[in-house]
Design a protein. Structure first.
Length: 402
């Protein structure tokens, strides 16, 4: 079958069977798809539409994404590649990218964890007060998920032109970017001071929770739960990192999810029910009919935060020689009945020059979230919304004395 025919067949299958759009592919299959579309000289809109149908089952690393960038015919495709990178950030990379070194024995594993404990509590937790800039890109789907009959107006705007296969708002794409200062004290990013007047939820967006999970707090709870176990080796910055998996039950978790905001619709008013007999008595001009209801009805929408202390699991990535933590992944375990269905965070740490020295600090983070935008209101039926937050930390400097 010719490549062009194959592309058309794929699009027809996606159009006829929407569930196929959730089919997961490998990074190698993604590369084959992009190469095929490139050879067939497909337009930017067509290639972006094809990538919107893709969900990876492996991590698309930054290096792999850069290598594929030469196959992107334009900005819409590049945007979807950033979406794939963020959505796959918590996954393991392809097996061919993993070191083939055998797992360390039990004694060496304990030694690595001991070095990590010393680093986390004696070095990272003792970082001096620092200020920095956090720049966050937001990607989101279902910008029209809040029904108009709910009385809720969305301020989210579509940034991509659809190929015609589906509504552009149904796919994840870039929404906006924001930058704000942060303060890091003892490795802990402080919660922003002051009240936020933004009408989160009502503007079609959720507020990104602050701060990110804190390394010392997570490691302490993981130690208490005693669930750390060897996972694999993984390359970070060209060097093998020791990856340990963990699980923290709710009884030992202090990990709080606090996301704003979800609507609760309340209806109030006076209802007068009538029949053909009582209608004239109640003053209804419909008394000649079989019956009905009249009155003064009002709909009020209140916005509530979702707050819950939840169990979680994840992985910690450690330099085996120094104990320096290079990456932390925390995946919340949420109930199916919660208005938040998924909340996964990845934080990467790296060396940054601050003043005359170099410190290991957060340099980037990715949050994958899935929520029910209509909250408990039931307005417009059941729908979900995926929001991705990709953040970079820059301009570190000693925080001014207070």
């Amino acid at each position: 079958m010719k490549r062009g025919s194959l592309f058309l067949l794929v699009l027809l299958l996606l159009s006829a069977h929407p569930g196929w759009s959730s089919r997961k592919v490998t990074v190698a299959q993604l590369q084959d798809l992009l190469l095929s579309l490139h050879i067939d000289k497909k337009s930017d809109i067509e290639v972006a539409a094809a990538l919107q149908q893709v969900e990876l089952n492996e991590e698309l690393t930054r290096g792999a994404m850069i290598s594929l960038a030469k196959l992107a015919p334009g900005p819409l495709t590049t945007e979807q590649m950033y979406v794939l990178e963020a959505r796959s950030a918590q996954l393991a990379p392809p097996s061919y990218d993993l070191p083939q070194t055998p797992a360390p024995d039990s004694a060496k594993q304990k030694a690595i964890l001991a070095r990590a404990e010393i680093y986390i509590f004696r070095t990272y937790a003792q970082l001096p007060p620092l200020s920095a800039k956090k720049t966050t890109l937001r990607f989101q789907d279902n910008t029209e998920a809040i029904a108009s009959n709910s009385g809720i107006a969305s301020g989210a705007k579509d940034a991509v032109t659809s190929s015609g296969i589906s509504s552009p708002g149904a796919f994840i794409h870039y929404i906006n970017a924001a930058a704000h200062p942060i303060v890091l004290e003892h490795g802990f990013i402080k919660k922003p001071a002051g009240k936020d007047a933004t009408r989160w939820g009502a503007n079609g967006l959720i507020k990104i929770p602050e701060p990110d999970p804190t390394l010392p707090h997570v490691f302490k709870e993981v130690q208490s739960a005693a669930t750390l176990e060897w996972s694999r080796w993984e390359l970070i910055n060209g060097k093998p990192a020791a990856v340990f998996a963990f699980q923290v039950p709710k009884t030992q978790s202090k990990f709080e999810i606090n996301i704003c905001c979800f609507p609760v619709v309340e209806q109030a008013g006076v209802a007068r029910f009538y029949s053909s007999t009582t209608g004239p008595i109640l003053g209804s001009d419909r008394g000649s009919g079989g019956g009905g209801v009249s009155g003064n009805f009002q709909t009020n929408t209140k916005w509530n935060d979702f707050k819950s202390t939840v169990p979680y699991h994840g992985r910690i990535y450690i330099d085996p020689d120094t104990g320096v933590v290079l990456r932390l992944i925390v995946e919340a375990e949420l109930k199916p009945s919660d208005v938040v269905h998924q909340f996964d965070t990845r934080i990467d740490y790296g060396p940054v020059k601050v003043g005359q020295g170099t410190l290991i600090v957060p340099i980037s983070s990715v949050i994958n979230s899935v929520v029910v935008p209509n909250g408990d209101s039931g307005a417009g039926g059941y729908s979900t919304r995926t929001s991705l937050f990709s953040s970079e930390y820059s301009e570190y400097r000693p925080a001014p004395a207070r």
